[in-house]
Design a protein around this ligand. Sequence first.
Ligand code: HEC
Ligand code: HEC
Length: 221
Amino acid sequence: MKPFLHVRLILVLLGASCTWATAGEWLDLRGAAPIRGDAAAGAAKAAVCAACHGPNGNSIVPAFPRLAGQRADYLYWRLANFRRGAWPQSPMTAQAANLADADLRDLAAYFSSQAVAKPAVATAPSARGEDLFRRGDTQRGTPPCQGCHGADAKGPADARLATWPSLRGQQADYLAARLKAYRDASSAAASSNEFVMRGVAHRLDDEAIAAIAGWLASLPP
Ligand code: HEC
Ligand code: HEC
């Protein structure tokens, strides 16, 4: 075996033991610079999004996430990851494929600036969901969600964590699907943020997921 082949073999073996280091495809969002977008320009580009995400990003379909009031930096990086095909099976891959970087920033600024509408159908509050959000589950090793998503579930106050999302009032079905996707993921994480959230979700069971998703969806704007 030629020497350079040894080096390549070692790299492959190292990679196989640590997906975090291999991918090279994941976005490192630690210390990402704040994004700047033009909300008015974004409004003009957002018509196509309303079909699924509802008027002004206030989705009325349980499987489609609400975008209104979501944090702009989080929205931008999610769109950037959709555009580069990080989740090929997502309906968003095709939606984002032909957008320019400025479009992503403008759309993020626009949806973030939209008022959150009260949902037409109220979700019943869940005491178990609130308890998990506030205190976590020490027996299972699940940390309290509020530690990272804020006591009001609107995302962490620390501006350096602007890429971390608000969960407040989000559609319950969407939240549950996302939590299961983090928990059951087998491919490499798309970003440092996804890596963090997978670590949190990997011991949640379906009952806990349904309870937290229901409680978050029941919170008023
Ligand atoms: C055909 C329906 C459809 C259209 C049109 C659509 N989306 Fe989506 N979008 C979805 C679905 C379904 C998801 C959840 C997908 C997933 O998690 O893989 C989603 C997820 C998202 C997310 C992630 C939200 C979060 O909380 O993480 C963003 C951001 C987003 N869409 C922005 C947009 C924008 C901007 C447009 C218009 C340019 C758009 N979408 C058009 C269906 C659509
Ligand atoms: C250590 C910090 C941390 C903790 C604790 C944490 N999260 Fe997260 N969460 C994140 C980060 C970072 C993201 C963004 C991940 C990404 O971009 O995919 C995220 C994303 C999410 C999303 C996706 C939101 C969307 O719009 O798609 C959901 C749902 C979520 N978290 C729920 C929870 C729940 C429920 C708990 C408590 C059981 C929790 N998180 C605890 C850091 C955390």
